[in-house]
Structure formats: structure tokens, C-alpha cells
Design a protein around this ligand. Structure first.
Ligand SMILES: NC(=O)c1ccc[n+]([C@@H]2O[C@H](COP(=O)([O-])OP(=O)(O)OC[C@H]3O[C@@H](n4cnc5c(N)ncnc54)[C@H](O)[C@@H]3O)[C@@H](O)[C@H]2O)c1
Length: 478
């Protein structure tokens, strides 16, 4: 396959450059894409273009803005397979996972394109006679979007679509590792007729391009998804300049398996959430908490299921798990595995040195709740199995975390499910379903150090972040 050279997009013009090189994680000899390692002047130019384009974009009727998103969805649908294959070559996930992610981006464009017909405010009674009060949603202006490599087409879609439909213009900084996947999305929007300057894309490092975007006072809103360390810094910086900020960050999501659970089903749920997407999902089940009666049977079933997730090239038939995304990410994951070894973990599965980026699914047992593997996000195919005496102790263990993104429960007991849903301090609860996998029409976000926990992403409420509310009193007669 030939290397794709990806330009920046600034004020409708494509600006070529290089400096960022991305190799296929399953085939280190294949240079998949080259993108510019831009400087701060490119960010300045992109923000200027976005600010200039914003009033005319906001003045378009919302259904007309929506029509462009709907057309973009159709264009991306026509390139679904190509985009999915490029996503596999660039990020490493399996082809079915990549097809699902591209499908998600298409559906997000459709969802928010249709929202153009529904965006509205409230009509309220006034205390005054002959007076009507209504609220209007106003766009914030320029939105700066910073996205990670693990969902490089879906996450930019679920930030851009609500930003654009509500009349904002956008400067997007995609992740360094995955410029090509994001390019499929932005090209679809441009080809659908988005006016020049409404969407701008600046490639580069977080330290240069990301920082410049975050610090630019003309960027009214910053929406970030990525690591907790970076997200917390961005949140502080934008708050200091009184901008609006939304950060979606890491997780240490627990799946609780109770004695009454269907053990085989629980093991399938655990591997889907723990090893699907190579464990590189913010909602990955990286710890499983078992009650004593199910622990040994569950671990045996988990080992059997994990054996199916032998890592391989995501484009090959039957691969259930792709490689780790990069050498740097592999170093982080293997350091966490070695730390667990030094803390006395038993390796129920995995533990061998990886070949290139192909890391075998790893199941750790025998660790206590204070161990690093039980507490810290690893972001790779590593599942730590812990024990709790009963449901209440399991809930306590779920909540004993700086994070609060997702939690799952395997049980046949409805009362236990309801108690769990009420008791856990997380943004998403899944009962008898993997912690990964979200519906696009449902609000998503977490608490604690997982999320700024103010505005939610996804679903119709996502436009709240990108708008402010104005109250209009309309009187007649005297
Ligand atoms: N909560 C969610 O919705 C969600 C979804 C997916 C991934 N994640 C999290 O993302 C992380 C993995 O992604 P990653 O490794 O790409 O994260 P990362 O924080 O390293 O990078 C994310 C983005 O931020 C940029 N960036 C880095 N430093 C910056 C800075 N100083 N200023 C501005 N921007 C900067 C990067 O270039 C990239 O585009 C994991 O922690 C995962 O849990 C969270």
C-alpha cells in the first residue's frame, strides 16, 4: 500500500507538510501516513480562519447545517470499507472493530445532522401580561477539539458533529499516531460542502499544537479526550482564561462477577471488555472483582476465553485482537506487567515477552486491592482479577478508585443489579454487558478523575457543551 501524505486544512486550503510518520503496528515496514508536525503559527492561522467563518455559519438555518452533516454521512458510507481498512493499518484494531467504529462515525453524523431540525429552546410563561419568554441556544464561537488515537474517527465525529450543528466553527488537533483515519472524516465533511474555515485541521504534537490551541483566548471552548495527566492540565489552563472546557480521560473500570452469575457468559463479557480493542479503550474492563463462590470457576473460564485472543494482524481473517498501538504504549504496558510481577502477581495467562507489538492477553490474580495493577489504568490487554466478600464489598472496591468511568456487573439477580447501579460512583453502568461499547444516543462521561463531569458527550445533550442559553422577553400591548 502506498503512503498517504496528509495536509493541514486551514481556511479551506490544504497546507502540505511533514514531520509526523506513522507505521503500521502490525507491519513495522509499512509507512502508512505522513502528516505535518505543525508549529504554533498554523494554529493561529486556523483559529483566525475559524473565527472569520463563524458568524456566517451560525447564520445558516440549523437544518441547512444539518444537511451538510447528513451528506457527509453518505459520503463516508460510500468509503466505509476503505476507511475501516486504513484504520486497521494505522491503529491496529481488528477489521470488525474498525468497521464498527467507522459505522459509528457515520451514525453520529446522521444523528446530529437530524438534530438540525430539533435544536431549540424553551417557551416559558412570564409573570408579566402580554409577554412571552423563550430561550435561544447560541453557539460559543470557535471550538478547539483535541482527540486521542484509540478511536480516531469516532471521537472526532462525536465532538465535531454537535459543535458544528449548533453553529460553532472548529479547529481540530488529531492524535499524532492516527492522522489518516481522522482524514476520512474531515474529507467527507469538506466534500459535503462545508464552507471554507468552518472546519480546520492542524496536525502536530500535543506539546506544540495542542498547547497553542488550549491557550488561544479566541478558542471559546476546548473539548479534549485523552490521558488524565494531560486532561487535568488542559482543564486548569482553559478555566484560568475563563473558557469552557470538557475533558474525558482515563478509567480503571471494574466488572463485578457475583456467585449467581452465568460463569461462561461472565468470562465472555470479561474478554470482550478486557481484550477487545486490545484493551485500549477508556471503558476497558481492566479489573474483575469476583465473590468467593465464583472466583476459581470464573478464572478457569477466563483463561479459556483469553486463549482465543491471540494477537495478530487486524486485517487477517479470524484475528480477535490486534497489536498494541506503538512501542511507547507497549513500554508502558510491559512496565505495568513487570511491576505486577514484582508485587507477587500470579500469571493465569500471559506474562511472556511480546513479539514486536503483539502482546498476549494477560490475566493477573493473587494481587490485593492496593497493588498498582488493581488501581492504575494500564491501557492494554491486561485484566487483574480481585476478590470481594459480597456485593457490598465489591461496590466499595469499585468506588475505591480515583476514576469513575464505567462499571459492569454479571448477575441473575435483579435486586443486586439495582443495588449496584445505585451504589457505584461511575458514569456508565452495564449489567450483563461488557463495559465497552456505548450507544451513540446515550449521554457518556464519568466522574472523579475520568471526566470534568459537567457536560456529557454523545446523545442530544452533547450540544449543551457547545451552546449557551439566552432568555428573550417578547412583549406586546403597553
Ligand atoms: N474518557 C473517554 O471518553 C476516553 C476515550 C478514549 C480514550 N481516553 C483516554 O485517552 C488515553 C489514551 O489516549 P492518548 O495516549 O492519545 O492520550 P494523550 O493525553 O497522550 O493524547 C490525547 C491528545 O492530546 C494531545 N496532547 C498531548 N499533550 C498535550 C498538551 N500538553 N496540550 C494539549 N494537547 C495535548 C495529544 O497530542 C493527543 O491529540 C487513555 O488514558 C484513555 O483512557 C478516554
Amino acid at each position: 500500500m502506498s503512503t498517504v501524505h496528509i495536509p493541514n486544512l486551514i481556511g479551506g486550503e490544504e497546507v502540505a507538510g511533514d514531520g509526523l510518520e506513522r507505521y503500521n503496528p502490525a507491519d513495522p515496514a509499512e509507512l502508512v501516513a505522513v502528516a505535518p508536525a505543525s508549529g504554533t503559527e498554523a494554529v493561529g492561522a486556523a483559529v483566525t480562519a475559524a473565527a472569520a467563518a463563524q458568524p456566517a455559519w451560525a447564520a445558516l438555518p440549523a437544518p441547512a447545517r444539518g444537511a451538510i452533516l447528513l451528506d457527509a454521512a453518505e459520503i463516508l458510507r460510500g468509503r466505509h470499507e476503505e476507511a475501516a481498512r486504513d484504520l486497521v493499518r494505522e491503529e491496529g484494531k481488528t477489521l470488525p472493530e474498525a468497521r464498527g467504529e467507522v459505522r459509528r462515525a457515520i451514525d453520529v453524523l446522521r444523528f446530529f445532522g437530524s438534530e438540525g431540525w430539533r435544536l431549540g429552546g424553551q417557551v416559558l410563561p412570564s409573570s408579566l401580561p402580554d409577554t412571552m419568554v423563550h430561550t435561544r441556544r447560541e453557539p460559543l464561537g470557535v471550538a478547539g477539539l483535541i482527540t486521542p488515537w484509540n478511536f480516531p474517527i469516532a471521537i472526532p465525529a462525536w465532538k465535531m458533529a454537535p459543535a458544528l450543528i449548533s453553529g460553532n466553527t472548529v479547529v481540530l488537533k488529531p492524535a499524532e499516531l492516527t492522522p489518516l483515519s481522522t482524514r476520512h472524516l474531515t474529507q467527507a465533511l469538506v466534500r459535503a460542502g462545508l464552507p471554507a474555515g468552518v472546519l480546520n485541521v492542524v496536525h502536530g504534537t500535543g506539546a506544540v499544537v495542542g498547547e497553542a490551541l488550549v491557550c488561544d483566548p479566541r478558542v471559546a471552548a476546548v473539548s479534549f479526550t485523552g490521558s488524565t495527566t494531560v486532561g487535568m492540565r488542559i482543564e486548569r489552563t482553559v478555566q484560568e482564561r475563563r473558557g469552557r472546557v470538557q475533558v474525558e480521560m482515563g478509567g480503571k473500570n471494574a466488572l463485578v462477577v457475583l456467585d449467581d452469575a452465568d460463569v461462561e457468559q461472565a468470562a465472555r463479557i470479561a474478554v470482550a471488555g478486557g481484550f477487545g480493542l486490545t484493551g485500549q479503550a477508556c471503558t476497558a474492563s481492566s479489573r474483575v472483582i469476583c465473590t468467593p463462590g465464583v472466583h476459581d470457576d470464573f478464572v478457569a473460564a477466563l483463561i479459556k476465553e483469553a486463549a482465543r485472543f491471540r494477537p495478530g494482524d487486524g486485517l487477517a481473517d479470524g484475528t480477535l485482537m490486534g497489536p498494541v498501538v506503538s512501542k511507547q504504549q507497549l513500554a508502558t504496558v510491559t512496565a505495568a506487567i513487570e511491576r505486577a510481577r514484582s508485587e507477587g502477581a500470579t500469571f493465569a495467562a500471559g506474562g511472556e515477552a511480546p513479539e514486536e507489538l503483539m502482546l498476549a492477553p494477560t490475566v493477573l490474580t493473587g494481587l490485593d486491592r492496593g497493588s498498582a495493577a488493581a488501581r492504575e489504568e494500564i491501557f492494554g490487554p491486561v485484566v487483574t482479577v480481585l476478590q470481594a466478600a459480597d456485593l457490598e464489598e465489591a461496590i466499595d472496591l469499585v468506588n475505591d478508585s480515583r476514576y469513575g468511568l464505567a462499571a459492569g456487573l454479571c448477575t441473575r439477580n435483579l435486586a443486586a443489579a439495582q443495588r449496584f447501579a445505585a451504589g457505584v460512583r461511575v458514569g456508565v453502568v452495564k449489567v450483563n454487558r461488557p463495559t465497552t461499547g456505548l450507544d451513540l444516543n446515550v449521554p457518556f462521561g464519568g466522574v472523579g478523575d475520568s471526566s470534568s463531569n459537567t457536560f456529557r458527550e454523545q446523545g442530544a445533550v452533547a450540544v449543551d457543551f457547545y451552546t449557551w442559553s439566552k432568555s428573550v422577553y417578547l412583549g406586546w400591548n403597553g
